[in-house]
Design a protein around this ligand. Structure first.
Ligand code: PEP
Ligand code: MG
Length: 591
């Protein structure tokens, strides 16, 4: 039966493929593809884990004290039976053989399938055996984790290089379905085979959505029941323009979407031709289109897309999922230097670590964060506040960035600045780091220091910020969240997360005007910069520098090329003054 699930469109286009469910309870299980030559070894790993668990259970049974309850022995029998059941072992093997999933992923995929079969059983006793199956699988997963010291993903902030879709046999396109995915897990799916993805939770500018958007695949988040309604291997259509997921579409619907898929492919090819066209408006204003990156490995895609530099390198992705061990100065230096060298002389803006809120250090879903940790994580110890509370770590990071400046043009960007005290402590830390490098005779070049403008307090003290910093970059994702008091990662309030809100536009206008008047650089690096619906508005406000995911550059450039900033200026004033700016913008700017 065909059903539709509605969510939030976060990345445009149409994807058609088979569902791959990633169970959220097992997100600490690595999900990756094995090379075809590794399939046998992976099956062997699975077999070994099963045999070890069986041996443990048998030993338990053997050593059970005489007065142990009879139910315990019966329970161990059930576990052993489940462990050897064909529906678990052979079927799991099939996921490895046909899909090239790693053993842990294959096992959790099969648990998902069997779990649903148990749920549908009439007999209550049999239904309750699902919990036993879960325990057996957990034991196998733990056993594999113990023996997984050479897991290719351990601490792999740079992410695995996954095989391209065409590399594995008879492949249908795959669509990732999950309740929730932590940003650090999402990054593992970079360069992976997925043609699209859908999650139950998340807002349009949650970090998971941002990373997903950077993959440039159609995606829908906040689809609430999707991971419950969709089953492994279902056929799915992801409509990333409308935010709809169609499960098992009829042939007519499928044909319609295949047509739209071809259309958007053609549009993509057409836009790609703009890659080397300079971004200059009709009235001759040169516009700087920069890239947002998460890892140094993203830099080539930024160059390829025609970016004239990196406007935001989210360095926190180097810090995630490392089991408490943070990257040292040399490791960070190597990463920043790699990004700088890859950009071939173009500027790279490294933002100091912005950890916290929906970007925890350890792998954790937004759901877990929201319910198990600080009540208001977005208002807690995050970004510059966290860095200042860890002065040694902060100085290490600054030294690493400064050292990279010896290899190209580097700028430092400070996230979440809101108070004069933070400004002073930050600039002192930078100065101390410079002095330490000078004392040690380590080379570095002049580096501009900028502040992110992403809380209303920063807008209100913009003259102070501009006095102390060389440039500012507006983080609209957080600025909207904090101005409207709407959690950017919460699908329940996603309808009210409104970039067109007059208060948000007012914040942008004030910041851009103040920076220009002070003769300081101002850029927007939030998701708004990569949304062509806002290009004219931002140009009309006087913005000349935009930083976005490389995949968005061509669409924004197309808008720039058709714009006349002199005309836009007057119209933008009218839009901002209107009580419904979006309506007015559609009439004056976007028609
Ligand atoms: C922003 O808040 O707009 C921004 C660019 O930073 P991040 O999305 O990483 O919080
Ligand atoms: Mg931010």
């Amino acid at each position: 039966m065909s059903i539709q699930v509605f969510g939030l469109p976060i990345s445009r286009g149409v994807a058609i493929g088979r569902a791959v469910l990633v169970a959220s309870s097992r997100l600490d299980v690595a999900h990756y593809f094995v090379e075809p030559s590794q399939v046998d070894a992976e099956i062997e790993r699975l077999r070994r884990a099963r045999d070890l668990v069986a041996a443990e259970l048998e030993a338990l049974q053997r050593d059970m004290p005489g007065d142990a309850p009879a139910e315990l022995s019966a329970l161990l029998d059930v576990h052993l039976m489940l462990l050897h059941d064909e529906s678990l072992t052979s079927a799991t093997k099939q996921w490895i053989i046909t899909r090239h999933y790693n053993a842990e992923w294959a096992l959790s995929a099969q648990l998902e399938v069997l779990g649903r079969q148990f749920d549908e059983m009439e007999d209550e006793y049999l239904r309750e055996r699902k919990a036993d199956l879960e325990q057996v699988v957990e034991q196998m997963l733990r056993t594999m984790a113990r023996g997984a010291s050479q897991d290719p993903h351990d601490g792999a902030a740079l992410g695995p290089v996954l095989p391209a879709a065409r590399d594995f046999a008879g492949a249908d396109a795959l669509v990732l379905v999950a309740n929730d995915i932590a940003p650090a897990d999402m990054i593992q799916f970079k360069r992976s085979v997925f043609a699209g993805f859908v999650t139950d939770v998340g807002g349009k500018t949650s970090h998971t959505a941002i990373v997903a958007r950077s993959l440039d695949i159609p995606a829908v988040v906040g689809a609430r029941e999707a991971s419950r309604l969709i089953r492994q291997d279902d056929w799915l259509v992801i409509d990333g323009d409308m935010g709809v997921v169609i499960v098992n579409p009829s042939p007519i619907v499928l044909e319609e979407y295949r047509f739209r898929q071809r259309q958007s492919e053609l549009e993509r090819v057409r836009l790609a031709r703009l890659r080397h066209t300079p971004a200059v408006t009709l009235d001759g204003e040169r516009i700087e289109l920069l890239a947002n990156i998460e890892l140094p490995a993203d830099a080539p895609a930024a160059l390829e897309a025609g970016a004239v530099g990196v406007g935001l390198f989210r360095s926190e992705f180097l810090f995630m999922n490392r089991n408490g061990e943070l990257p040292g100065e040399d490791e960070q230096f190597a990463a920043y230097r790699a990004a700088v060298e890859a950009m071939q002389g173009l500027p790279v803006t490294v933002r100091t670590v912005d950890i916290g809120a929906d970007k925890p250090l350890e792998r954790m879903s937004v759901h877990e964060l929201r319910h198990e940790h600080a009540l208001n994580p977005a208002l807690g110890l995050r970004a510059i506040r966290w860095s200042l509370s860890e002065p040694a770590m902060f100085r290490q990071q600054i030294r690493a960035i400064l050292r990279a400046s010896a290899f190209g043009k580097v700028r430092i960007l400070i996230p979440m600045v809101a108070q004069l005290r933070e400004i002073r402590l930050t600039l002192e830390a930078v100065e101390r780091a410079r002095q330490q490098l000078r004392d040690a005779g380590v080379a570095f070049n002049a580096v501009d220091i900028g502040a992110m403008i992403e809380v209303p307090a920063a807008v209100m003290i913009i003259p102070t910020i501009l006095r102390h910093f060389d440039f500012v970059s507006i983080g609209t994702n957080d600025l909207i969240q904090y101005t409207l008091a709407i959690d950017r990662a919460d699908e329940a309030v996603a309808d009210s997360y409104d970039p067109w809100h007059p208060a948000v536009l007012g914040m942008l206008q004030v910041t851009i005007a103040a920076a220009r008047a002070a003769g300081k650089g101002v850029s927007v690096c939030g998701e708004m910069a990569g949304d062509p619906d806002f290009t004219e508005l931002l140009l009309g406000m006087g913005l000349r520098s935009f930083s976005m995911h490389p995949a968005r550059i061509a669409s924004v450039k197309q808008r720039v090329l058709r714009s006349d900033t002199r005309k836009l200026e007057q119209r933008t004033k009218a839009v901002i003054a209107h009580e419904e700016p979006e309506l007015e913008a559609r009439r004056l700017l976007l028609s």
